[in-house]
Ligand binder design. Structure first.
Ligand SMILES: *Cc1c(COP(=O)(O)O)cnc(C)c1O
Length: 443
């Protein structure tokens, strides 16, 4: 539509006049934020070029203008995506920007932009917020890749160092902040894989008091928690997990203030523009079609995880699930969570030894078809992994002990395919086979 209009309209300066806003956008009457699903329904809906209910895919690497002078104005930043002017798709692309608007609505931030992976979203935003010599305070329970980035890569490649702290110990968090040098407090809303819940409002108060920017990874709890609504400045996501839901795409997002997102696209200083972890427009389109049912999917993931966690605990297993009243963060999660989504779709069962963990996973996959042995999460099938020897294997034994990762910890991302009872029977059957061989751990 843009090009047809541009030609019909003649020169570039007329663009605002020839672009009928009523057709292009549906602005909400009252853009208030109630919860993520309500916010998504209030977000701008982009129609297709021919009036399609779905947007068109802007599969162009580069964009043309009617007059040479417009190019100068594009590069000076005078004209930009807010007025429907685009330069090149490593910079803003309309289809990726549309997914960014959905992500911003989901997380209740002013803006968002999507990237080629969760790791590129995390590394780019931290490199944007920190310069050589700066310091980060981070939780000691982090996704293994993020932990390695902060421990090994940043000190070597960027001279950015990190102190890891126990987030529950607020005095330690405060003490780790070096005034003038610490720029970011970084943590996961629900941490991988031990499912500890961060006290987002209190941690934000501590960090903001010292002028830090708070960056929260919300990969484990989209819909369930809205960290930006609880005080966080920036929310990052691995879209590869729940938001995609298909285990077929690697993608990420940075959600935060428009000034931050724009700075990341700066032609001279922008981490996204210059490091180039660009999302393809066709991928962005596919993902944008999945976000409308994210709320429904999360509710079912969470519902089943709660049912299985409750029943497994009754069988005498050592279950870690923040939806259970005996989880140390249950009350906190209840007070922070958006209502009616649940307590997350991941549960862990501590089998104590890696041998027991492997035996259980083997039975679950190869005898009863309960799920697949695979890392990652958020798929419609249940995915199981032994965290200590897989996604957290970048950590050494001492770091794992500090993070509370037992060698027999099995993480399960509970799927929603099949019926709840059908899957429970498969789980129960595998557990009873374990018991036959005296391997079921009783607590
Ligand atoms: C998977 C994951 C990442 C990394 O995301 P990719 O999309 O795989 O790059 C970061 N944080 C958490 C919590 C994750 O689970």
């Amino acid at each position: 539509m843009a090009l047809a209009m541009k030609r019909a309209g003649g020169d570039d300066l007329d663009r605002d006049d020839v672009m009928p806003p009523a057709k292009k956008t549906m602005k909400p009457l009252t853009p208030t934020w109630e919860d993520p699903v309500a916010a998504l329904a209030n977000a701008r809906h982009e129609f297709g070029e021919h009036g399609g209910v779905n947007m068109s895919i802007e599969a162009s690497a580069t964009f043309t203008v009617m007059e040479p002078e417009t190019m100068r104005r594009l590069f000076s930043g005078e004209l930009g995506p807010d007025r429907d002017f685009f330069i090149y798709s490593r910079h803003f692309n309309p289809t990726v920007l549309n997914l960014g608007r959905q992500m911003a609505a989901l997380e209740g931030t002013e803006a968002a932009y999507c990237t080629a992976s969760g790791m590129s979203a995390i590394s780019s935003v931290l490199m944007q917020l920190c310069s050589s010599g700066d310091h980060v305070v981070a939780s000691q329970t982090l996704y293994g890749g993020t932990h390695a980035l902060l421990t090994h890569f940043f000190p070597r490649a960027c001279n950015i160092t990190t102190s890891f702290v126990d987030l529950r110990d607020h005095d330690t968090v405060k003490a780790a902040i070096v005034e003038g040098r610490t720029k970011v407090l970084y943590f996961e809303a629900v941490s991988n894989p031990t499912l500890t819940v961060a006290d987002v409002p209190e941690l934000c108060r501590i960090a903001h008091d010292k002028g830090l920017t708070v960056v929260v990874d919300n990969t484990f709890a989209p819909m369930v928690l809205s960290p930006a609504r609880l005080g966080a400045d920036v929310v990052v996501h691995s879209i590869s997990k729940y938001i995609s839901g298909g285990a077929d795409v690697i993608a990420g997002a940075v959600c935060g203030p428009a000034s931050l997102v724009n700075s990341m696209m700066d032609l001279h200083q922008g981490a996204l523009m210059l490091l180039g972890p660009t999302m393809n427009a066709k991928v962005a389109f596919e993902l944008s079609e999945r976000i409308p049912h994210l709320g429904l999917r999360m509710k079912e993931h969470c519902h089943r995880a709660l049912v299985y966690a409750t029943r497994m605990k009754k069988l005498g297993l050592k279950v870690i699930y923040p939806g259970l009243e005996d989880h140390p963060d249950h009350t906190l999660l209840k007070s922070l969570a958006n209502k009616k989504y649940g307590y997350g779709g991941i549960l862990c069962v501590d089998m104590e030894t890696e041998e027991r963990a492997n035996r259980l996973m083997n039975l679950l996959q190869n005898c009863t078809q309960f799920g697949f042995m695979a890392v990652s999460l958020g798929y419609h099938e249940t995915l199981m992994s032994c965290s200590g020897s897989s996604t957290s294997s970048e950590m050494n034994a001492e770091e794992k002990a500090l993070a509370g990762i037992s060698p027999g910890l099995v993480r399960m991302s509970i799927g929603y395919s099949g019926t709840l009872e059908q899957r429970w029977n498969q789980l129960e059957k595998a557990l009873s086979r374990l018991q036959d061989s005296n391997l079921l751990h009783k607590n």
